[in-house]
Design a protein around this ligand. Structure first.
Ligand SMILES: NC(=O)c1ccc[n+]([C@@H]2O[C@H](COP(=O)([O-])OP(=O)(O)OC[C@H]3O[C@@H](n4cnc5c(N)ncnc54)[C@H](O)[C@@H]3O)[C@@H](O)[C@H]2O)c1
Length: 288
């Protein structure tokens, strides 16, 4: 347990499931008060009840990161429950059902949903929380969840997701610079869950897609990464568990690291290949 976090307050969006749920657990185990925020009320209630049953201090608040009003209400509810907020994790994110589709066939609804949650969700989180986090003057952290896909290199199969995560990395870098320019007691971090695909519910993100941004009612093919791997016969494909991501994130926060990027030779090689191609003004090769 780390003294610097004990008794402080963390807010995690997308806190009902996957990486977010595990972030809530590691923060609460550090003795923090944790506000779990999510759009999916039944999952949120179940996850919050599960953590409370372990004796952890958590409160579930339903919130939609795409709505500035909902995020303002989340900020007010967090302060009412626990006082000042010290860690904000802008973690809620969705995978758009776009795999193998060409970019020019994706619809305005696809683009809007992806950008509303993955990009505007971060912007709305910053707008709602950072002013009071700056005003109270205590040390704090803002962690934005990006992805190696787009946040570092763009995979050719997921155009919208990659574009949103490129935006999240860029927004996080600017946030870091602006906290320095302000002389703020706040530190920005960008989290890259991994090093492998993380065993969460992101493949069934369609469960939270608003009706007015749907083009069809196609059933969700897979519910978990483990199901996908089993179904595709990729039995040896490595998976990272979300508990490991949350622990890496906690250690990154405690160590004051902006880039919370797990060690991975193959990811590093991809980043080097991309950077080399830019500096050589050479056309990128199709990733293998
Ligand atoms: N799973 C991976 O391999 C992987 C890899 C890199 C990055 N990420 C990122 O990690 C983050 C967490 O995703 P996950 O993999 O744990 O998936 P997940 O589906 O298990 O969890 C995402 C959570 O976000 C919530 N959410 C969706 N829309 C929301 C909205 N409008 N408002 C509030 N909450 C909303 C969902 O209800 C869910 O609880 C995302 O930003 C994702 O892009 C995941």
């Amino acid at each position: 347990m780390n003294d610097s976090l004990q008794g402080k307050t963390a807010v995690v969006t997308g806190g009902a499931s996957g990486v977010g749920r595990c972030l809530c657990e590691v923060f609460a185990r550090e003795g923090m008060n944790v506000v779990m925020a999510d759009i999916e009320a039944p999952a949120l209630e179940a996850s919050a009840a599960g953590l409370r049953a372990l004796g952890l201090n958590v409160t579930g608040v339903r919130a939609d990161v795409t709505s500035p009003e909902s995020m303002a209400a989340l900020e007010a509810a967090s302060r009412e429950a626990y006082g000042n907020v010290h860690i904000l994790c802008n973690n809620a994110g969705v995978g758009i059902k776009e795999a193998q589709r060409r970019m020019w066939t994706l619809t305005p609804n696809d683009w809007n949903w992806g950008f509303n949650v993955n990009v505007m969700g971060v912007a709305n989180g910053l707008r709602a929380f950072v002013p009071n986090m700056l005003a109270h003057g205590e040390a704090g952290h803002v962690v934005n969840t990006s992805s190696g896909n787009g946040g570092l290199n763009s995979m050719p199969t997921t155009p919208i997701y990659a574009a949103t995560k490129a935006a999240v990395t860029s927004m996080s870098e600017v946030l870091h610079y602006q906290f320095l320019m302000e002389g703020a007691a706040l530190q920005a971090h960008v989290l890259f869950p991994g090093p492998h695909v993380v065993n969460t519910n992101i493949l069934s993100s369609m469960r939270n897609r608003p009706k007015d941004l749907r083009d069809d009612d196609e059933p969700v093919a897979y519910t978990t990464m483990a199901d996908l791997i089993k179904a595709s016969g990729l039995k040896d494909m490595p998976l990272t568990e979300p508990e490991e991501v949350a622990e890496t994130c906690l250690q990154g926060i405690l160590a004051g690291k902006f880039w919370i990027l797990p060690a991975s030779e193959s990811n590093d090689a991809q980043v080097r290949t991309r950077t080399d191609s830019i500096l050589a003004r050479a056309n990128p090769a199709l990733p293998g």
